[in-house]
Ligand binder design. Sequence first.
Ligand SMILES: Cc1ncc(COP(=O)(O)O)c(C=O)c1O
Length: 342
Amino acid sequence: MREIDLRSDTVTRPTSGMLKAIMSAEVGDDVYKEDPTVNALEDKLAKMFGKEEALFFPTGSMANQAAIKLHTQPADQLICDKWAHVFNYEGGGASFNSGVSCKLIDGERGMITAAQVEENINPPDFYHSPLTTLVCLENTTNKGGGACYDLKEIKEVRKVCNTYKLGLHLDGARLFNALVAKNEDPKDYGKLFDTISVCLSKGLGIPMGSVLIGDKEIMKNAIRVRKVLGGGMRQVGFMAAAGIYALDNHVERLAEDHKRAADIAETLDAASYVGEVEPVETNIIIFYLKNTSDEVAFMNNLQQENIRISNMGQGKLRIVTHLDYSEAMHQKFLKVLKQIKL
Ligand SMILES: Cc1ncc(COP(=O)(O)O)c(C=O)c1O
């Protein structure tokens, strides 16, 4: 059996069906907007979310950074959770690319409420403070352990954004996990957010690529911003073909990843060496050992069985299920977890 790599849902390799789609893609120069497959992918996602436009990006980070640039002016401030990817894991891009600061909210598992957003808007006439212009939500949350927003709360955030004339961006790197877990309609998200970035390279399993979705007005400069960020690509229809294939074949199966994640959480919960398992809603499991000092021994036990998971520091361990984690691997992993003695 191959190594069981549960560090992230980005470690997958294209399936044979996806490789066939890649090999038979019709391509062109996407910088000239002449790649028919990229155009088809963008069109498919825009329609799926009920928006006017979509633009293919090499990474989720670049799609988020472009969105921040489209919504803000230098010296503005955006509001996001303290664990947000846009603040913590995009290399300080918000300040580097857009010259904006981030007001960090102490949310719950990476999610913030409408009330918290409203409390943290700087009064627009108080010129000493940065002008608040954007709110960024993340769904599902990465560091929050795959937690999903309640659509009702997002509606309240939208109301606050309307009242204070703020843009609303969704980092939807794993939005399809939330849509499947909560049986939601992408069009509801299209109605609530001004821009949405979705990653095709996480649970959906394509080698690279994310898409930024929005209406014409906000998206009119998106291609220029992508150019500035160095994200113009040429015959990238090969990847777009993988994206179309993934949207047609890999969305519903996310439920399998969620079911396996729930099984793992249950097994961990019952293990004598585990202190706490955070609630599991999608494909990410965050847990803590009873004694942090056992971490090395625990990881060594897994390593001996050719199993890899992530240590996020401060006692936080992370497991992520995905497309390349088979039922046979799952059964082996559960068995190993049950046998470990620390
Ligand atoms: C929540 C979230 N947003 C954005 C990204 C960025 O995606 P990429 O690695 O394609 O830049 C990630 C990547 O893990 C993520 O977890």
